[in-house]
Write a protein that binds this ligand. Sequence first.
Ligand code: MG
Length: 376
Amino acid sequence: MRSIVILGSTGSIGVQALEIIAANPNKFRVVALSAGSRNLPLLIEQAKKFSVPIVGTTADRQVALDLAGDIQVIDGPLASTEIATIPCDIVLNGITGSIGLGPTLAALGVGNKVALANKESLVAGGDLVMAFGHDKIIPVDSEHSALYQCFLAGKSSEVKKVILTASGGPFRDRADLSGVTVKEALSHPTWAMGPMVTINSATLMNKGLEIIEAHYLFNLPYSQIEAVIHPQSVVHSMVEFIDGSTIAQASPPNMKGPIAYALASGDRVAHATKPIDWTSTHTWSFAPIDTNRFPAIDLALRCGELGGGLPAIFNASNEVAVDAFLSGRITFTSIVDIVEATVQKLGSGSPIVARNLADVSAIEDDARRVAISLLP
Ligand code: MG
């Protein structure tokens, strides 16, 4: 029986994790949950359903207490950080955005293992997170879960490169991206995810973030990380070994596979996700990414190579730009423009070093301030 703490339990990853746990009551036990203020009733409902004694929320304390009954409530902006330190076998971090970094560091700091769906933890604070050891993090991101599984086929000294697959998002084949609407950008062809990740998939910013994530997670130089368009999203990523052999991990697109694999620390949970149906015909296609239409990839590689605070700036300015796009303030193509301009402005001076969470927060605040100043 593995004890599980879920951060961001009302989000897409959290909800699916609880479905896996509900289907495997003899494998997993939920010891604590946390979520933002958006869906407090669901958080309390989840806690009651899974008999969870303690929850964390950023919602109003009195409202939370009124709903919670005899469930203990931790409130305030650091609620998830506190919940992350509860001793358990795995902390699943399903928080969206770089606010997930503090809880990741807090969990690792007390010796908890982290199933990491919050890629921003690695993008904004990769050096800080990985300082706790590579065996402390199990990736939940489908591509990195795939790489983790493919790596088992050889020695790390035998790895030539890794190839992340990208669905290409809804605009894979659209030549002109200038008139893209919010609604169009929010309708992802293969994956159902939260709004931030969905927009990031449409700009391919998500793949850029994932390249940086892979760099930290697997200790690979950027020259050994590539991305390729694979519209069907069945091959989740690949590792090429020095003998010319490529190992791929494949399953129909469904986050339950990687979530279950991480919750079980690399054990396989029966029926976690539907397998490929070989009684029907499949076509899997692969194509290079058009970096002219999707400049996010080259920008991510540049920020990653420069390192220091640049990946954090890249991510924080993107969060500002995506919010501005979702609220109708800027056009779709302006998202990457704003990130590029912010990186340009802040990255030209002496290298920025992030020694701790406070440094990362300061770098991000700067990036947000500059990105906001660049909005129309
Ligand atoms: Mg992914």
